[in-house]
Write a protein that binds this ligand. Structure first.
Ligand SMILES: [Zn+2]
Length: 220
């Protein structure tokens, strides 16, 4: 495979991008001046090396020093808690489980939620035999289990809100998460899902803030 084909192949793996769009991306870049490409590649490298994964919510975030990227900082010296998980004014008795970082962004933008989050890292397609490989089930169980209780039957949250797309994959993922949380959340915490206001097939990433507010209010 030549390099141009490899580039197209890489773009075709981007979320929501098909082979035709991937080809257009590659030719778009080819048409740009060399200086643009150099800046672009440098920026991607800097963003990546400044990125970190929150040890509590698993969210990808960028470390900032005075509003600038600080790629020269070593990974080990960086904070592993994101700005939400380290914010003491957030309600730490409520955990919202979302599929992706982009879903987190939508919820956060709506301003309707003040608790903390957990990012599953994806959804599980129907008929998939190995959900553990698709989503962070084990990390989720670790996150919600009460570390002081020494048993995996109680949790440190009063409420866990499942906020997943109302698409077939989203519903399937919700079922898997619900089943594995059941033994943990029996008496200690309430498990809810986003309610009325979210129509079937809704993708949280594209849902407006008002609708998210209503769906949160009507959770059950
Ligand atoms: Zn976090």
């Amino acid at each position: 495979m030549d390099n141009l084909s490899r580039l197209i192949e890489i773009f075709s793996h981007f979320p929501g991008i098909g082979p035709r769009q991937a080809r257009r991306f590659a030719y778009y870049l080819l048409g740009k001046p060399q200086s643009f490409i150099n800046d672009f590649v440098k920026l991607v490298g800097e963003v990546k090396s400044a990125s970190n994964q929150c040890s509590e919510c698993q969210r990808l975030f960028i470390d900032r020093g005075n509003g600038k990227l600080v790629p020269e900082m070593s990974k080990s010296s960086r904070s592993t808690l994101c700005n939400i998980c380290s914010d003491t004014s957030r309600d730490r008795s409520t955990l919202m489980v979302v599929a992706r970082d982009s879903d987190f962004e939508s919820i956060e933008k709506s301003g309707a939620y003040r608790g903390v989050y957990f990012i599953l890292g994806g959804t599980v397609p129907i008929l998939d035999k190995e959900p553990e490989k698709r989503i962070r089930l084990k990390l989720l169980l670790n996150r919600i289990s009460d570390t002081t209780a020494k048993s995996l039957t109680t949790t440190q949250f009063k409420e866990i809100i499942l906020s997943l797309n109302t698409t077939p994959d989203g519903e399937h993922t919700a079922d898997i998460v619900r089943a594995s949380l059941e033994k943990l959340t029996k008496k200690s915490s309430k498990l809810t899902v986003l309610g009325r206001g979210l129509s079937t097939g809704a993708e949280l990433e594209y849902v407006d803030g008002e609708t998210i507010k209503n769906a949160l209010k009507n959770r059950a």
